[in-house]
Design a binder for this molecule. Structure first.
Ligand SMILES: NC(=O)c1ccc[n+]([C@@H]2O[C@H](COP(=O)([O-])OP(=O)(O)OC[C@H]3O[C@@H](n4cnc5c(N)ncnc54)[C@H](OP(=O)(O)O)[C@@H]3O)[C@@H](O)[C@H]2O)c1
Length: 244
């Protein structure tokens, strides 16, 4: 088994890659920065530094065949589309086209391109599993997060429709991870309250210790990903799966 994980430089993606490597599963990590902490495991970690919001660069990387070479001859392969951004935060009229375009490229276009390339790159694998890391914001509307919520809802619907395709050996789930104690939560708590009225709630959740450590969330996610029941529903929430 081998896994491709995006956003491995820090946060949840770094923890997912660590969990997989600890289980002996080789990882190909993609992020703008490499993560030296992923190097000292028995299982190998290959890291490609790539700005996934730069779709021309991603197209070139996909054409390089690195993914197919990494996955060659594997019977069971995993893709975890984790990299994402919460920016731009704020109502319409405050976001700016460049930030909207960057968010849609990183949060939607890149995962969809990687998902398509992943299936192409492992034609003989009998077990192909894709996780899109979604968000509760895909399913509940928050003022200030219309771009973020829309991009994550797009991943949810991509998974639902991909299931309908019935590609042999392919399972896919768009999975909300719950609240995870990462840089993204720091960024959420530092949002301008005028742009993101729910900010105080996130400060309270942090103070109350309600955020999951990335390693704990990653362990739950990987357990679900490797389970027989993975992909039973095209969308899921890790909080509900973990408490079931
Ligand atoms: N934290 C939460 O509570 C929470 C809740 C719900 C959903 N999520 C979702 O969980 C996922 C991981 O979030 P996180 O909290 O771990 O975020 P994070 O701490 O901000 O880490 C984001 C990761 O994505 C990578 N990334 C960002 N922009 C990139 C780009 N342009 N190209 C390539 N990689 C890029 C970053 O690496 P580089 O900067 O090195 O590129 C980093 O490794 C996201 O999809 C997020 O929406 C998080």
């Amino acid at each position: 088994m081998k896994a491709i994980v995006t956003g491995t430089s820090r946060g949840l993606g770094a923890a997912i890659a660590t969990t997989l490597l600890e289980r002996g599963i080789p990882v190909l990590g993609l992020a703008r920065q490499s993560n030296p902490a992923l190097n000292g495991f028995d299982a190998s970690c290959t890291q490609a530094t790539l700005d996934l919001s730069d779709l021309a660069a991603l197209t070139r990387w996909l054409a390089s065949d690195e993914m197919a070479r990494f996955l060659a001859d594997e019977d069971a392969v995993l893709l975890i589309n984790n990299a994402g951004t919460v920016a731009p935060v704020g109502p319409l009229g405050t976001q700016g086209g460049a930030a909207v375009s960057q968010a849609v490229s990183l949060n939607v276009a890149a995962p969809l391109m990687l998902a398509d390339a992943f299936v192409t790159a492992a034609p003989a694998a009998t077990d192909r599993r894709i996780v899109h890391v979604s968000s509760g914001a895909a399913r509940k509307a928050y003022a200030g997060w219309n771009v973020y919520g829309a991009t994550k809802a797009a991943l949810d619907h991509h998974a639902r429709a991909a299931v309908e395709d019935g590609v042999p050996g392919l399972r896919i789930c768009s999975l909300a991870p719950g609240l995870v104690d990462t840089d993204m939560q720091v960024q959420v708590r530092s949002s301008d309250e005028a742009r993101f009225p729910a900010r105080e709630r996130f400060e309270t959740l942090k103070r109350d210790g309600a955020l999951l450590a990335p390693a704990v969330c990653a362990a739950q996610l990987v357990r679900y990903l490797l389970s027989d029941g993975f992909g039973a529903d095209a969308t899921a929430d890790l909080r509900e799966l973990a408490s079931a």
